[in-house]
Unconditional design. Structure first.
Length: 237
């Protein structure tokens, strides 16, 4: 079994996915690479299949249609063989060079309850309007969920596969992973990571629809947290 699996959701990222996979290989990290083609209508799947000829650690999974990022992440994690999962976006804005230090942080932690290391894009290479809207959304989320995570929207996260599989699944859950992990009693820390501009393709999210969906989902996560019970077994004979 591979210890580490990198899971990448990709929808119409034909011009980005090949470079991203090659960058992961260059890091030298021994890992499985699982890319989930979420119903792309461009050449994403074709280019991924071509990459398998030179990247034996690459596993390609294809959805029959686009189900969204959360569904693609969940599919990739279920198909992954690693006990440690690293997720990153398929647009190339996350830097694979940050993954090894995040893996080291979770594996070498003296906190046995640490379940996730979340990326923090302190210096973002995005248009000003996107940076401002993201900061407002993060502040709003923290005020309600108290997840103590400055940048939950960063796709770069490292966590235990077993911890993810215990979480309730719902659309857009990928934006709330730190809060959901904490809801289950796990600890989360954030580390600063690099952020790069998108060089090809277009963003799949608009500011207004992201904000509205995020507000609705926050109330849903608040409800889940209030109803959650973490049962601890003290004895089993």
């Amino acid at each position: 079994m591979n210890t580490i699996s990198i899971v990448i959701p990709a929808h119409n990222e034909a011009d980005n996915i090949g470079t991203l996979v090659q960058e992961i290989v260059v890091t030298g990290l021994e890992c499985e690479i699982v890319v989930v083609d979420d119903g792309s209508t461009d050449d994403t799947h074709k280019r991924l299949l071509a990459l398998k000829n030179t990247v034996p650690s690459l596993k390609v999974v294809q959805h029959d249609r686009a189900y969204g990022q959360s569904a693609a992440v969940a599919t990739g994690i279920r198909q992954a063989s690693g006990a440690i999962i690293a997720t990153m976006d398929g647009d190339g804005q996350n830097n694979p060079a940050d993954v090894p230090k995040m893996v080291e942080a979770i594996l070498n932690s003296d906190n046995p309850n640490l379940k996730m290391v979340a990326g923090y894009r302190k210096k973002r290479d995005d248009p000003p309007w996107r940076i401002i809207s993201s900061k407002l959304a993060n502040a709003y989320r923290r005020s309600f969920l108290r997840d103590e995570t400055p940048d939950t929207g960063c796709g770069l996260k490292v966590f235990y596969r077993s911890a993810f599989l215990e979480l309730p699944f719902f659309d857009h859950m990928h934006r709330f992973l730190p809060a959901l992990i904490k809801m289950k009693g796990g600890d989360v820390i954030s580390v600063e990571v690099h952020h790069r501009p998108r060089t090809a393709g277009v963003s799949k999210y608009g500011t207004l629809n992201r904000l509205w969906v995020g507000i609705v989902d926050i109330f849903g996560v608040c409800w889940l947290r209030m109803r959650a019970k973490n049962v601890k077994i003290t004895r089993c004979d």
